[in-house]
Design a protein around this ligand. Structure first.
Ligand SMILES: Cc1cc2nc3c(=O)[nH]c(=O)nc-3n(C[C@H](O)[C@H](O)[C@H](O)COP(=O)(O)O)c2cc1C
Length: 229
């Protein structure tokens, strides 16, 4: 009798938990979803803006339930075509021990796309169209576990590239501390900060930083002045 019960129990377990059959599908993150990476190379969070319709993912994960993202977590988001902003983003992520996520355009920018001397180059056409929202490649990460979000970009024609608007449209950063930063040939960050404040009225958008490069000593001062760990 005891044996019969244990056989029945085994069959029941087999049908209830098919993910434990060694198929490798139990709770693994789909390979096609881009991951943020922590500056210290720790594993990334589950970055599904539109969760797959598995029972586990049908609701937005509650804050602090994600094992890789804790309260007070910091994310550095950046867009960079020629590497200047990327270098600053990596420096900020290192200083703050933050996760880092690169905004990658679905259609990468070529050198001729960025040739702002040509009125008709892609970058100029985008900046001449306020409603332009270049598509971001893949799915963007779940920001729910982050309290502080740095957003970095090059200045294009005095402000942030339109793909930053694409990012801002995709997110509600209400309640988060937002730290805008840029690189540029000399233009200030302030006009782009206004764009972010308008797009995220319920976020605490701090005064931004224009960095001359990763070695700019203003980076550390700006972070500590804003009491970001
Ligand atoms: C289309 C375009 C427009 C730009 N407009 C400005 C500008 O208005 N003011 C400025 O100082 N630099 C401007 N720049 C220079 C970039 O802001 C600068 O090279 C930046 O560091 C590039 O960052 P990245 O290497 O991360 O792409 C422009 C560059 C491009 C491609």
């Amino acid at each position: 009798m005891k044996n019969a019960v244990s056989v029945l129990l085994s069959i029941f377990m087999l049908f209830m938990f098919p993910g434990c059959d060694g198929s490798g599908n139990s709770g693994s993150i789909p390979a096609d979803i881009p991951q943020t990476s922590r500056a210290d190379s720790a594993s990334a969070d589950e970055n599904n803006r539109e969760p797959a319709s598995t029972p586990e993912n049908t609701t937005e994960p509650a804050k602090d339930t994600n094992s890789d993202v804790t309260a007070d977590s910091t994310l550095v988001v950046y867009f960079s075509c020629t590497g200047n902003t990327k270098a600053v983003a990596e420096k900020i992520a290192e200083i703050t021990n933050a996760d880092i996520y690169e905004i990658t355009p679905s259609e990468p920018y070529t050198a001729s796309d960025l040739n702002y001397n040509d009125d008709n180059c892609r970058a100029n056409r985008e900046m001449n169209d306020e409603s332009c929202r270049p598509e971001i490649e893949g799915q963007v990460p779940d920001l729910s576990g982050y309290d502080t979000v740095f957003i970095g970009y090059p200045i294009w024609w005095g402000t942030a590239p339109r793909i930053i608007n694409t990012f801002l449209d995709a997110y509600d950063l209400s309640g988060k501390t937002v730290m805008p930063f840029c690189t540029s040939g000399g233009s200030s960050v302030s006009a782009s900060v206004s764009v972010i404040r308008n797009a995220e009225p319920a976020a605490d958008v701090r005064d931004g930083l224009r960095a001359s490069g990763a070695g700019d000593s203003n980076i550390e001062a700006w972070i500590s002045d804003n009491n970001i760990r």
